[in-house]
Design a protein around this ligand. Sequence first.
Ligand SMILES: Cc1ncc(C[n+]2csc(CCOP(=O)(O)OP(=O)(O)O)c2C)c(N)n1
Ligand code: SF4
Length: 288
Amino acid sequence: MSIPAMPVFVDVKLREVQESGRLEYRSRSLPTWCPGCGYFSIVEGVTHACNEMGISRDQSVVVSGIGCASRFPFFVNLYGFHTLHGRVLPVATGIKTANDRLTVIGIGGDGDGFAIGGGHISHAAKRNVDITYLLFDNGIYGLTKGQTSPLSAVGLRTTTTPFENPERPLNPLMMLLSYGASWVGQAYAGHPDHLREMITQAVAHRGFSYLHILSPCVTFDKTSKTYVNLGLQVRNLPENHDPSNLMAAMHQAQDMDHPALGLYYQQFRPTLGDTFEQVSAKAGGHGT
Ligand SMILES: Cc1ncc(C[n+]2csc(CCOP(=O)(O)OP(=O)(O)O)c2C)c(N)n1
Ligand code: SF4
């Protein structure tokens, strides 16, 4: 039996990826997500960022919680830690504390981050631990077959809210800005070029960077955070937005009906690793 020739467009795409060097960061396991899931763009974004920045595979770790989003470490060729539900940030903080030279990327869904893991975000942000946290927001629990999450829209019908979700969603960008995250941005899986750029910037930032990624769950949400709806709702931050202005960032974050994409806020201040160095200098009698 002859094997049918690979369609030309697949061949061209594969060659493009191989030539770019990005294949080095892709694992041999193909993602097991549903066709059309927004998460595919995020794998592309992370491999692109690693390639752009020349990140060394043996000096980087991806830490994830539990959920569809959290399968991520299997699909990239970096060290990975698929940890407990909601425990991405404590584990990522521990890894970075043990070896400050590593590039550490935390990954998780909106349920993982803002339900069971919600208590950890504020501490990682205030400590300014030098890691990147990529939050995949599909507004639902995908892995467990479609329950409401703390970021589900009002009125969403799910298995846990068959008579419509009565609760308002949390505002994650406002939370991160007030917690003291030193880099806060938003991207959309349906705009993959912009997404790649934002992931690269987030990883490059020295300090706690939080990238909120809007990403449709094509299987369990047919009415709310869909490609059609998000495509109509998202906008860019105003051209004159000043990322050093916290109040301006909060003002933009308040508009959840028209989520703005881009870098909301960036601040440069000592990281947790810097603080440890100061403490050890003081303990050794060298500091003031
Ligand atoms: C301690 C604990 N509680 C509950 C669960 C069940 N559980 C697995 S994934 C998940 C939610 C996943 O939703 P989200 O983080 O939004 O990720 P998605 O699947 O949408 O990517 C839950 C509640 C679990 N695995 N462990
Ligand atoms: S269930 Fe939803 S989030 Fe999970 S892989 Fe499928 S489309 Fe993606």
